[in-house]
Design a protein around this ligand. Sequence first.
Ligand SMILES: Nc1ncnc2c1ncn2[C@@H]1O[C@H](COP(=O)(O)OP(=O)(O)OP(=O)(O)O)[C@@H](O)[C@H]1O
Ligand SMILES: [Mg+2]
Length: 284
Amino acid sequence: MSNAAPALTHLAPMATRASRLAAARTDYAASESIKAEVRDLNFFYGQRQALKNVNLPIPERTVTALIGPSGCGKSTLLRCFNRMHDLYPGNRYEGEIVLQPSGLNILSPQVDPMEMRLRTGMVFQKPNPFPKSIFDNVAYGLRLRFVRQRSILQERVEKALRAAALWDEVKDRLHHSAVKLSGGQQQRLCVARALATDPEILLLDEPTSALDPIATSKIEDMIFALKEEVTILIVTHNMEQAARVADFTGFMYLGALVEHGATSQIFQTPKNQLTEKYLTGSFG
Ligand SMILES: Nc1ncnc2c1ncn2[C@@H]1O[C@H](COP(=O)(O)OP(=O)(O)OP(=O)(O)O)[C@@H](O)[C@H]1O
Ligand SMILES: [Mg+2]
């Protein structure tokens, strides 16, 4: 693709920043171990196939972004990781998502979807705190796991709120209603709620699309700090955000994963013409 470089120069500064931020986590084959692996995944909403033979490695303690036009299957793929699709009849998976090091296939009928939702925490586009206190929101998953001792709950709630970069803003009002927080605070609370059960993977579906630039940058800083602890899979329509926060990026189109690789490679030298067209805005 000889004309790729000039066409994508407007993205180069972002990719450079991403490379700096992503601190050399750019090679699947290098040091990282793989936290999860999507293998030959097909997904059907009834008769309608929404994912087509997706194969994707997710390196441990990195951020992987999923990008692609509306309706291409990004959220559908994310929801496979925590078995959200099991909540609706007629949905069907084929293939595997294997968690490492256990080798557990998330999609196995023997795996309890409820347990999977605690092990792969998900945060949605629109913040959805429960109409309970800040404390009770974060403690929710712990209580589902029968953690009852007050001191342990307090310790775990504080740890999750600190990890979500919200502790300082709420530590004096933990028993106030969560729905009175600002949108950006509510979203970080949802991240804290997802983190409280020590998930193996954190799934973020357009977590900043409803937020202003300041709240967005707080979430991005938080994502950057969190990847030291947890493997993150994020869906975003914001290409600058993908370039800023993601070590790896996958481009999806019509239910297929067209291309995936180091974010700098995808943005600067995409191998597939569809990826290039999408990134340069000359799609369709
Ligand atoms: N509950 C559902 N039942 C049937 N089809 C669905 C359902 N949810 C999504 N789809 C279809 O599956 C395809 C993928 O949808 P999905 O929500 O995964 O796309 P997306 O890439 O997340 O899009 P967006 O960027 O708009 O959020 C679309 O064609 C959509 O219409
Ligand atoms: Mg979506």
